[in-house]
Design a binder for this molecule. Structure first.
Ligand code: AGP
Length: 615
C-alpha cells in the first residue's frame, strides 16, 4: 500500500526512481510523484492514476530539469483525501524547500495541522502527510539540522509512518524514518537508496539494511548513518536479498497473474523438496521451534490472517484438526484485534500473510506476543516485519508475487499447512503409517496434476467466455473446499468486479436460494470419494430447480453430470483432503479469463493494493 523510493548517487536520478516506482506499482496506483534536487532547488512533479502518467509529465517538463542529483518518489493508495493531484505525494512545506513522501497513517494529524496553521503554515492538500512536511520544516527552522528536525518531528507523530525527507538547503541528503510501516536502505557503491520494499532497489543492489521502528537513516551517496529516536548510532546488519530482478518480469505472459498461476507446479516442487525426502520418512519441518513435548501437549491453535491468506488458514484448520486432533480457531485479523481473546501462553498462534506487512495481522500478532503465545508466521516474505516478529517462521518460498490478486502465494501457503499438519500429526502419533505414505505420495503428485490443468485450460477459457456477461455468481462447496469456494469467488470479485459469493452448499436452502434464477450461475465443487459429494450434488439439483445455470468443478468421470450441469470443468483425480490445492487453480484461471474477456486491468484491479498497511 503506497510505495517509496529515494535515491542519491551517480546514476540518472529520474530513471532510478521511476524504475523503483515501477517495481512497486502493484502496491498502489491512485497517483504518483517525484521531488528532485536540481540546480540547488527542489522541483516537484505529480500525476494522477498510473505511473505511466508521471512519465508523460516528466517528459513534458524535461526543459525544467538539468541534472538532478537526488530525489524521492512515491506511488499512492489513497487513505486521507481523494486521489487528486493536490493529494499526491511528495508534499512540501510552505516555502517549498522541503519535500516528504509517506506511507501509513498519522492519527493525530488534525491536531498537528491546526497547530501548524496557527504558526502560519499554508496547507494545500487534505492529506495527513502534508502535516509531516510542515512539521519537519518547522523543526528545521529551530534546530537548523535536518536530522534533528526529523527526529523531533517523528516524536510528535502518532500512528504509522515510513517517511523519506529531503531539503534543498541540505543537498543530496535523504532521510528515512519508520514506525509500524516497512522501510529499508539499499546499499550501493557511490550511491544509496531508501525504499519501502525491496523490489524498488533490486535492479541496482542486493545489499539491504532493514530499519526497525523508531530508527532514522541519514543517507548520502557515500554514507549511511542509522540512529535511534534519541540520536544514538546503531550498527545494523547488511543483509543480502535472496532473489533476482528477473522475478519482476512477465516472461512473455500477458499478465503477472497468468505467469504466477503457471509457476505453481514448480513452487510446490520447491517447497516439498527438502521437507519430504521419501514417503517413509517424517516431514522435516525444523522451522517450527517448539520442543516436541510442548507440541505434544498443545491443545489450542489460533490462526489469524486476512483475505486470501485467511482462506489458506481455513484449509489449515481443517488439516490440523483432521491430522493432529488439535482444536483450531481461524479468525480475520481485523476481528481478532478488537475483542477479548482467550489467547494465552499455552496457545500456538499462527499468522499467515503473503506480504508479511498487513497491518491488521501485525497488530494481532503483537497482541498475541503480549499474551506470551508462541507465534508462528507463515509468509512469502521472510524479510518482512511480520517475519521478524516470529518465534517460528515458515517461509512459503513462492517468490515475489506482483499481481495484486494472490495466486501462487496461496498455493504455497496451502502446501505449508499440509506439511505443518502432517508434522503435528507425526509428533502426536495420530496418523497411521499407511495414511502417511499415501498422503505424501499424493502430495508429490500434485505438481503434475496442476500441469495437466494448465495445459488443458481451453475448457476453462470457453466457460469464462460463456459466463463473462453474468453479473452475479455463487460458488458452493462443503468441508475442506468451502475455503476454495470463498477463494475462487474472491478472485473473481477482485479482478472482474463481478459480485461473486462463496457459500456453504448446505446453507443455500437457508436463505440465498431466494436469489436464484437464470441470471445467477452456481458453481459447485464436487470431489467424489469424499464425504460431501452426494450432498453437494443434491444442493446443485436444488439450484437447477430454480433455473440457475450450473457449473461443476469436479474430478468425477460420471457422464450423467453433463445432464445436470451446463458446464463441467474436469480436474485430475485427487483425494478430497488434497483437493483444495488442485481446485484453486481452475478457479484462478476462470477469474483470470473472465476479467480478460471483460477487458479489466488484471494485475492492478481498481481500489486494491498488494500490501494493506492500514487497519
Ligand atoms: C488477495 O488476492 C488479496 N489481494 C488480499 O485479499 C490479500 O490476501 C490480503 O490483503 C492479505 O494480504 P497478506 O496475505 O499479504 O497479509
Amino acid at each position: 500500500m503506497c510505495g517509496i523510493v529515494g535515491y542519491v548517487g551517480h546514476r540518472n536520478v529520474v530513471d532510478v526512481i521511476f524504475k523503483g516506482l515501477t517495481n512497486l506499482e502493484y502496491r498502489g496506483y491512485d497517483s504518483a510523484g517525484m521531488a528532485l534536487l536540481d540546480q540547488n532547488e527542489i522541483k516537484v512533479f505529480k500525476s494522477l492514476g498510473k505511473l505511466i502518467n508521471l512519465k508523460n509529465v516528466l517528459s513534458e517538463s524535461s526543459a525544467q530539469l538539468t541534472a538532478p542529483t537526488s530525489g524521492i518518489g512515491h506511488i499512492r493508495w489513497a487513505t486521507h483525501g481523494s486521489p487528486s493531484l493536490e493529494n499526491a505525494h511528495p508534499h512540501t512545506c510552505t516555502c517549498g524547500k522541503l519535500a516528504v513522501v509517506h506511507n501509513g497513517i498519522i492519527e493525530n494529524y488534525k491536531e498537528l495541522r491546526e497547530e501548524l496553521i496557527k504558526k502560519g503554515c499554508k496547507f494545500r492538500s487534505q492529506t495527513d502527510t502534508e502535516t509531516i512536511a510542515h512539521l519537519v520544516a518547522h523543526e528545521y527552522e529551530n534546530a537548523k539540522d535536518l536530522e534533528i528536525a526529523v527526529r523531533n518531528a517523528v516524536k510528535k507523530l502518532q500512528g504509522a509512518y515510513a517517511i523519506c525527507v529531503m531539503h534543498q538547503n541540505v543537498p543530496d541528503v535523504i532521510i528515512g524514518a519508520r514506525k509500524n510501516a516497512p522501510m529499508l536502505v539499499g546499499v550501493g557503491e557511490g550511491e544509496n537508496f531508501i525504499a519501502s520494499d525491496t523490489p524498488a532497489i533490486i535492479e541496482y543492489t542486493k545489499k539491504t539494511i532493514y530499519l526497525d521502528d523508531n530508527e532514522i537513516a541519514v543517507v548520502t551517496k557515500n554514507s549511511i548513518k542509522i540512529t535511534d529516536i534519541h540520536g544514538a548510532v546503531i550498527n545494523k546488519k547488511v543483509e543480502t536479498l535472496p532473489w533476482e530482478p528477473v522475478a519482476l518480469s512477465k516472461l512473455g505472459y500477458k499478465h503477472f497473474m497468468l505467469k504466477e498461476i503457471h509457476e505453481q507446479p514448480d513452487i510446490i516442487r520447491n517447497i516439498l523438496n527438502g521437507k519430504i525426502y521419501d514417503i517413509d520418512s517424517p516431514v522435516v519441518l525444523n522451522e517450527v521451534k517448539i520442543d516436541k513435548d510442548t507440541l505434544k501437549k498443545l491443545n489450542k491453535i489460533q490462526i489469524i490472517a486476512c483475505g486470501t491468506s485467511l482462506h489458506a488458514a481455513m484449509v489449515g484448520k481443517y488439516l490440523i484438526e483432521d491430522f493432529a486432533g488439535i482444536s483450531v480457531d481461524v479468525e480475520p485479523s481485523s476481528e481478532y484485534i478488537y475483542r477479548k481473546t482467550t489467547t494465552d501462553s499455552s496457545t500456538l498462534v499462527i499468522g499467515v500473510s503473503q506480504s508479511g506487512e498487513t497491518a491488521d495481522t501485525i497488530t494481532a500478532i503483537k497482541q498475541a506476543k503480549e499474551k506470551n503465545s508462541h507465534v508462528l508466521i507463515i509468509t512469502n516474505r521472510p524479510d518482512s516485519y511480520m517475519a521478524r516478529l516470529a518465534d517460528s517462521l515458515i517461509p512459503v518460498n513462492a517468490g515475489i508475487e506482483v499481481s495484486v490478486a494472490a495466486t501462487k502465494s496461496y498455493i504455497a501457503q496451502l502446501i505449508s499447512f499440509y506439511l505443518l499438519a502432517l508434522h503435528l500429526g507425526e509428533i502426536k502419533g495420530t496418523l497411521s503409517g499407511d495414511f502417511l505414505k499415501n498422503i505424501k505420495h499424493e502430495l508429490i503428485q500434485l505438481p503434475t496434476k496442476i500441469e495437466e490443468i494448465l495445459s488443458n485450460a481451453s475448457s476453462i477459457k470457453e466457460c469464462a467466455r460463456i459466463f463473462s456477461s453474468f453479473k452475479n455468481f455463487i460458488y458452493i462447496a462443503r468441508g475442506i473446499n468451502l475455503a476454495t469456494a470463498y477463494e475462487g469467488a474472491l478472485k473473481l470479485k477482485e479482478i472482474s468486479y463481478i459480485n461473486a459469493t462463496g457459500y456453504p452448499a448446505g446453507e443455500l436452502k437457508h436463505g440465498p436460494i431466494a436469489m436464484l434464477d437464470e441470471t445467477m450461475p452456481v458453481l459447485s465443487i464436487l470431489i467424489p470419494g469424499g464425504i460431501t459429494y452426494d450432498k453437494i450434488l443434491s444442493n446443485s439439483e436444488e439450484a437447477k430447480a430454480r433455473n440457475a445455470k450450473l457449473i461443476a468443478l469436479t474430478s468425477s468421470d460420471d457422464e450423467n453430470l453433463k445432464a445436470l450441469f451446463d458446464v463441467v470443468l474436469k480436474i485430475p483425480h485427487v483425494c478430497e483432503i488434497l483437493s483444495p490445492a488442485i481446485c484453486c487453480v481452475p478457479l484462478q484461471l476462470l477469474a483470470y479469463y473472465i476479467a480478460e474477456f471483460l477487458g479489466k486491468d488484471v494485475d492492478q484491479p481498481r481500489n486494491l493494493a498488494k500490501s494493506v498497511t492500514v487497519e
